[in-house]
Write a protein that binds this ligand. Sequence first.
Ligand code: ZN
Length: 275
Amino acid sequence: MLKTLLDRLRPATPVRIDDQMWRETLTSLPFLLRLDEGERQQLRSLAQQFLAEKEMAAAGDLQLTAAMQVSIAAQACLPVLRLGLDGYRGWTSIVVYPDEFLVPREVTDEAGVVHEYVEPIAGEAWDGGPLLLSWADAQSGHPDANVVIHEFTHKLDMANGDADGIPPFDRRLHPALSARRWRQALSDAFERLNAELDLIEAEIPPDIDPESPQADPYFARLPLDAYAATDPGEFFAVSSEAFFVAPQRLRDAFPDWYGLLAEFFLQDPLAMAKA
Ligand SMILES: [Zn+2]
């Protein structure tokens, strides 16, 4: 599977970030506007280091320009602005697809029958392997979602094993964080979201297919995208997107969980927001 997905890749040309490209990157990513000048400088230097350490490659017919690479680097480095690039160690490749791409899946049902199918996805982070992104989805068109932050927080989470929603804590940077405190806040918030989702699903009239766009207004009442209810790993990744891109709703719904995310990322997007 790795081979079929990766054999048509073209390595990207190495980039340096010049002033104009950096200005354009900041303008195209509105959630970076809350950063002050010092933080922007710090993000730029991290992004530069990131581009030197990681290898990007284009899949399909994508022309992977320098501006695209800088945009991905800037978004990827926001969660680790205070943590540094160490959280992304142990793997190097980022594969960028022009649009959603198909990934072969295999599931075994309760009767033991194996079903094979392909799933169109916008991004995926493989444990110890590459991170895959769709450029169409990575361009921050959505006001409260961000596929780059989503996949890179999975990578942070995987730095200590499975994507279980519990990333590694650093004794020096996170003296007050413990896996116990984290697990408690995560499971409280996760269970509440699932309970709200159950109520909403029960309310959807039988003539509306829950997978159809007609059901969207029901799910829009959830404080987080319903995908967060999949498992604790997805809950962490989806909350991290909201934390950086649309933090107000997340803090209103899950103040304790928001507080822990701020403690982990060593950033508080609402406190940093410029009036
Ligand atoms: Zn995910």
